[in-house]
Ligand binder design. Structure first.
Ligand code: PLP
Length: 389
């Protein structure tokens, strides 16, 4: 009998939800036209696009022209940061944190090369940004601050509303990369007080290659892709109408099911974490408020790549720290920012649960993990024994 695999890499990407696939297929079959065309077919595509935008806006308690669809979360982050900086004085100052996704850190590096000043705030062992330290980092020349809502590697949740209020009081724009949030955390932009917010459909049951940026009305933002006037002049290029319809449907389902799924998945996460900490020489990375679906654990005496492969062979899909860096197994910048030593993040594994994870999945992982780990921890014997590979 073929054994079902257990997918615990939902922070890397989620499976496409059936309802979302159906919504996308209907659009692809009926309305796969250019929404800028004036004929009936084009108007049909434009109606689908408008409808998706209205639904997304209402879920975020925003207005339709505050929503611009993009090709990814990465593009939304780049647009937020580079687009804001391009409207500011040369040499202006921006603030971010050491545990942001590379989509933010890479854009900040680019802005530094262009002469902007960038402050990267530390987070300390808990992985949480200190509000006072954040306030102290703001200068008269600061134009924007970008702090992620929830971290993709360790799941720590940042006090976004508080940070955004501090920024607003100082006249600083506030962006949050909320890519990991939609299935678990509230996204009402009026309560978060953010000026800009990035999402990516494939992290909440939608398709890959579709994202969006919320931009509060009146926020100065220059486009980073030049061409036609689509997306209110914020993002040129013919929109991916079926993908956008998929994003809207996935977001509706995520928001609708959030209360129940958050409680259910947090219970499974706790069960998994209790089982993991019962194993010898294990530490959980990150503390304080966390997403309900991520457990990041460092296992002493193993390499995370070897453990990941052994778990994969045993039917369990996980990731080593973060899978987002082009599949490379570089030491994690997030774990480094927590101050963990090299040995700790050498053996770090991220288990990320999703809305399809079941109790029996968790029980099977807990049944398999100790033996896989013991095998990995066995010393290599000098004469071709069955030691660690
Ligand atoms: N921001 C965070 C926190 C993420 O986890 C990811 C994806 O891994 C991204 C941004 C990038 O999103 P996308 O894969 O849509 O480019």
């Amino acid at each position: 009998m073929k054994r079902e695999r257990i997918y615990l890499d939902n922070a890397a990407t989620t499976p496409l939800r059936t309802e979302v696939g159906e919504a996308m297929r209907a659009v692809a079959e009926d309305s796969n036209f250019n929404p800028s065309s004036l004929h009936a077919e084009g108007r049909r595509a434009a109606a689908v696009l408008d409808d998706a935008r209205e639904r997304v806006a209402s879920l975020l308690r925003a207005t339709r022209n505050e929503i611009a669809f993009t090709s990814s979360g990465t593009e939304a982050d780049n647009l937020a940061l580079i687009g804001t900086a391009r409207r500011a004085q040369p040499g202006a100052h921006l603030v971010t944190t050491a545990i942001e996704h590379h989509a933010v850190l890479g854009a900040m590096d680019r802005l530094r090369d262009e002469g902007f000043e960038i402050t990267v705030l530390p987070v300390g062992a808990s992985g949480r940004v200190d509000v006072d330290q954040f306030a102290a980092a703001l200068r008269p020349s600061t134009v924007m601050a970008s702090v992620m809502y929830a971290n993709n590697e360790i799941g720590t949740v940042q006090p976004i509303a508080e940070l955004a209020r501090v920024a607003r009081a100082r006249g600083v724009l506030f962006h949050s990369d909320a890519v990991q949030a939609p299935s678990w955390l509230a996204l009402e932009t009026d309560e978060l007080h953010v000026d800009l917010l990035s999402l990516s459909a494939h992290k909440f049951g939608g398709p890959k290659g579709v994202g969006m940026l919320y931009t509060r009305r009146g926020t100065p933002l220059a486009p980073i892709i030049h061409g036609g006037g689509q997306e209110f002049g914020r993002r040129a290029g013919t929109p991916n109408v079926a993908g956008i319809a998929g994003l809207a449907r996935a977001l509706e389902l995520a928001v609708l099911e959030r209360p129940e799924q958050t409680a259910r998945v947090a219970g499974l996460r706790d069960r998994l974490e209790r089982g993991i900490v019962a194993i010898d020489d294990v530490q959980i990375n990150g503390a304080g408020p966390r997403l309900p679906n991520i457990v990041n654990a460092s296992f002493d005496g193993v390499e995370s790549a070897a453990l990941l492969i052994a778990l994969d062979l045993a039917g369990i899909a996980v990731s080593a720290g973060s899978a987002c860096a082009s599949g490379s197994l570089q030491p994690s910048h997030v774990l480094a920012a927590l101050g963990s030593d090299g040995r700790r993040h050498g053996g770090a594994i991220r288990f990320s649960l999703g809305t399809t994870t079941s109790e029996s999945d968790i029980d099977r992982v807990l049944a398999i993990l100790p033996a896989v780990l013991a095998e990995q921890r066995r010393p290599v014997t000098p004469h071709g024994g069955m030691g660690r590979v």
